[in-house]
Write a protein that binds this ligand. Structure first.
Ligand code: B4P
Length: 318
């Protein structure tokens, strides 16, 4: 299935670009290192995204593009014959072959992931990753307005991981075994980062990654994530629930979000930002981040919540 699906995606994408149905955006990318935390970021500058008012935002206000997606963008009408998902090409990619895993039934983008969403995502990763070719993918879910999502129909996204890029989640999970966080064991969280994030390594053996294991792991991370929206209700009563879910074959990560855009600099983040993949549209923001990569950690906090590393679940569980 993997080889067949890869070929289908590649051919659909090539045809889509040629016919103009896929609007690929050219960009520059640079890898930078934050000298304070030691973390890497891949910063991508795509200024032409600013000049395209006709793109996703404008479309979002007109119609639901996922209810009846363009056939030219549809890779699978019914992915894996489950009767649940369509697999589409992103119409406005910055990275080639950017995919969308869209529910066939109309569901809201504020709904949590279901066990089958998680297992299907893992299956896609298994089918499209290729260790020999150093091809790795990231699946992500922007849940709620503050998470950076712009379309309300439930969808996950899949992006090819930049070559030789090590995210903070990779460092955190390196050499660690899978576990399901409970009252005695907290998810992994890196003290050096400013913002709250919850990470669990996934089993190395794909056979061990079952629907139950993914569901239990996700729920344990979601419980911690939702705590923030209860704890902050006095200070910010209008705070909407929002969070990002990030998954690779190696780990699952949730990040609670307080806002989609920074006030300090003109930049917004979706889940990819919280893997260290920072998309920039404005030239001055690009220059600022290249000069001072440490600013990213500060912006992430502004759009997230303070790190809770070292705080046990009993202290902030509800
Ligand atoms: P959302 O979850 O709602 O929003 P988003 O990906 O954050 O993209 P947004 O639309 O806010 O654009 P942004 O300027 O941040 O996902 C909806 C997705 O549906 C979008 O990706 C959109 O392109 C796509 N879409 C809209 N209409 C469609 C249609 N008719 N058919 C198929 N797909 C449709 O980002 C611009 C682009 O860069 C987006 O594609 C985004 O996903 C991508 N991107 C963001 N950060 C990135 C990063 N760090 N690296 C690479 N790409 C990145």
């Amino acid at each position: 299935m993997g080889i067949e699906l890869k070929a289908k995606i590649a051919s659909k994408y090539a045809k889509g670009v040629e016919s103009g149905d896929v609007h690929f955006t050219q960009s520059d990318s640079k890898k930078v290192k934050d000298s304070e935390s030691g973390f890497q970021y891949v910063v991508t500058h795509a200024p032409s995204l600013l000049k395209k008012p006709e793109r996703a935002d404008a479309e979002a206000s007109k119609r639901n593009p996922f209810a009846e997606p363009e056939p030219e963008l549809t890779v699978c009408e019914d992915l894996y014959d489950l009767g649940q998902y369509k697999l589409l090409l992103n119409k406005f990619p910055v990275v080639p072959e950017h995919l969308l895993l869209v529910t066939r039934e109309v569901k809201p983008q504020t709904a949590p992931l279901e066990p089958q969403d998680l297992l299907t995502s893992y299956r896609l990763l298994q089918d499209l990753d290729d260790e020999d070719e150093q091809v790795r993918n990231l699946i992500f879910y922007n849940c709620g307005k503050t998470s950076g999502s712009s379309q309300d129909h439930k969808h996950l996204q899949m992006l090819r991981w930049p070559k030789n890029f090590v995210a903070f989640q990779d460092r955190l999970c390196s050499g660690k075994e899978h576990f399901i966080p409970d009252m005695r064991s907290e998810p992994l969280q890196d003290k050096k980062l400013s913002f709250a994030h919850f990470v669990v390594p996934l089993p190395e053996d794909p056979e061990a990654v079952t629907e139950d294991l993914l569901a239990m792991t996700f729920v344990s991370l979601l419980q911690r994530t939702l705590t923030f929206f209860q704890d902050w209700t006095n200070e910010r009563p209008n705070l909407e629930t929002g969070y990002n879910v990030l998954m690779t074959r190696q780990w699952l990560c949730l990040v609670p979000r307080s806002q989609s855009k920074s006030n300090e600099l003109d930049i917004g983040f979706n889940a990819t930002g919280y893997a260290g993949l920072v998309l920039v549209k404005h030239e001055e923001v690009w220059n600022k981040i290249l000069e001072e990569p440490q600013v990213v950690n500060r912006l992430m906090l502004e759009c997230g919540f303070p790190n809770t590393a070292g705080v046990s679940a009993t202290e902030y569980h509800y």
